[in-house]
Design a protein around this ligand. Structure first.
Ligand code: ADP
Length: 361
């Protein structure tokens, strides 16, 4: 077999398959994506860009590793993301699309759907961030295996009304370069319960939006607290969102869910972009037979009410549960990630929002 070329356009998965030490080199640069699903879709240059790194030092190190058989010493400078150097930060982050993910009640898999959507969009090489605004039960860091507390520094530009510098958070970055901000990343005690009242929830969402050193993102997904309470909705109205994605599951309480969805649409004055019915059915692994464990699907009914398409019906799936529990959701090799991303892209195209992109910080 001819030796694989080490170039910006070289596919990461193919490179690692032929030159296993490349995985160690990439990991040394913080590109932990060599083992996960994203590497199938990404070349070295895209991986470097996603992590805010220059591609040349990575290519040099890969070539050196191939020559010498070991991982060369990598300069600290080459490992530092250029996109987020705090000194270079002069103020304005742009999000092309801001999409909240909402559910009528907790436990329907809203966080998992947010994660799958983020993974799908990353695999299409969009830059993606997630605000984990479900601050009463923040589970996004767990899905992506993020444990280290976020770095917080003084904002070089903005001050509080008391004249103190505002805190500026660095988002955590997943292995495939999805940026994440979550209340769970303020502490290393993941299981510590937090009790927040409505107005605080609203203020936290706003801070997660504004006081964060986000990269320029194509998509900012907002994993909202369950329910359709006023506080988060009021914030959303001021954030120039494209529209919401509604996550439901089949159950006897469907009429309540439908009523809540109607209420939501009324309050938000923004389109529902699509409906995802999670835990919709179970496929028996031995017979392939579908069982509607939680009752018949209401996806179509909710979608009609919301005047939105059904993006997907996601089955109950032990593989997703396992990867979610182990913090390895980016390794999921399932077409559902593409289906969700494609559906969202079509829905956005069908509901173009006013031209301006919001500028903040
Ligand atoms: P929510 O954000 O709506 O509260 P989560 O996303 O945290 O819900 O999901 C609740 C639990 O159900 C989690 O343990 C999650 O891994 C699991 N889960 C969600 N969707 C599925 C699915 N389709 N198959 C199996 N387990 C799922």
């Amino acid at each position: 077999m001819p030796e694989i070329e080490i170039a910006p356009q070289t596919n990461i998965k193919e490179l690692v398959a032929q030159l296993p030490i490349a995985a160690e080199v990439l990991t040394a640069f913080g590109l932990g994506c060599s083992g996960c699903g994203v590497s199938k879709y990404e070349n070295v240059e895209q991986g470097a860009r996603a992590h805010g790194l220059r591609v040349e030092p990575i290519l040099d190190a890969l070539k050196e590793a191939r020559r010498s058989g070991s991982v060369p010493k990598i300069a600290e400078e080459a490992r530092r993301p250029i996109a987020r150097a705090p000194g270079a930060f002069s103020g304005r982050t742009k999000f092309a699309h801001t999409i909240p993910i909402m559910s009528g009640k907790g436990g329907v898999g809203k966080s998992l759907v947010t994660a799958l959507l983020a993974v799908g969009l990353r695999r299409k090489n969009y830059s993606v961030g997630i605000i984990d605004a479900d601050i009463t039960g923040p589970s996004i860091p767990r899905l992506f295996g993020l444990h280290r507390p976020m770095l917080i520094e003084a904002d070089p530009v903005k001050t509080t009304p008391q004249g103190q510098p505002q805190p500026l958070m660095h988002p955590a970055v997943t292995r495939s370069a999805i940026e994440v901000v979550s209340a769970n990343l303020f502490t290393d005690q993941e299981d510590k319960a937090m009790i927040w009242r409505g107005p605080i929830v609203a203020s936290v969402i706003r801070q997660f939006y504004e006081q964060v050193l986000w990269s320029e993102l194509d998509f900012l997904l907002v994993d909202l607290p369950p329910g359709t309470s006023d506080a988060p909705l009021t914030v959303l109205q001021s954030l120039n969102i494209d529209g919401v994605v509604l996550v439901t599951m089949p159950q006897a309480l469907a009429t309540m869910i439908v009523r809540k969805a109607a209420n939501l649409i009324h309050q938000l004055k923004k389109p529902v972009l699509g409906v995802v019915e999670n835990m919709s059915y179970f496929v028996a692994p031995d017979t392939g037979k579908h069982y509607e464990i939680f009752g018949p699907s209401y996806a179509q009914r909710v979608a009609e009410l919301a005047q939105a398409p059904v993006f997907a019906r996601i089955p109950i799936d032990p593989v997703k549960l396992l990867l979610a529990d182990e913090g390895r959701i980016e390794e999921l090799d399932d077409p559902i990630c593409d289906v969700l991303a494609d559906s969202l892209l079509s829905a956005i195209a069908a509901h173009p929002k006013p031209k301006e992109t919001i500028s903040i910080v």
